[in-house]
Design a protein. Sequence first.
Length: 199
Amino acid sequence: MSLFPKIIWRLSDENIYLTFDDGPDKNITPRLLNLLNKHEIKATFFVVGQKAERHPETVLQIHQNNHVIGNHSYTHPHLIFKSKGIIKEEIQRTDKILLEITGKHPTLFRPPYGQFGLAVLSVLKSTNHRMVLWNASPQDYKADASIQRIQARMKKHLRPGKIVLMHDGHSHSPHMLGALENILEKIKEQGLKFSALLN
Ligand SMILES: [Zn+2]
């Protein structure tokens, strides 16, 4: 038995795994869900506990559309500077909120900023979560993230086996959504397959 939790940062099958962090956002997330529905794409949402608490109806909507919901901490802190006690509190508080809304215990965790140390690994082992990182980022959070720029970066990253990091709870998320709208329309004929992560 390993001392560490399972860490997922790439997958070797032919699917593309879209992941959306830092939501739910009451405006962006429902629009994103509509877009994903239109293209029959399932994705994974790493939600922030305190936002889920404020917008349970949006979390429920994600769940009812059969996407996978993962834990992205309660307050989105830099966990690398936190004690095991605080880390555990961040994770379990969010688990509890998500369980109450969806009836499902999240099994996936993504650390805020992708940062983790031994304390995070040790806590995830005890809480029985798998940690999900990414191997593709269109950098939709950057200050220069216009629709055109995100779209150009997406074009490079939407490839089989990629776990793609995007954000539905960020100030640039309207641009992310615009870029995704354009690109999904364009790549439709390429026969690319999308999947949510295994919960
Ligand atoms: Zn985040």
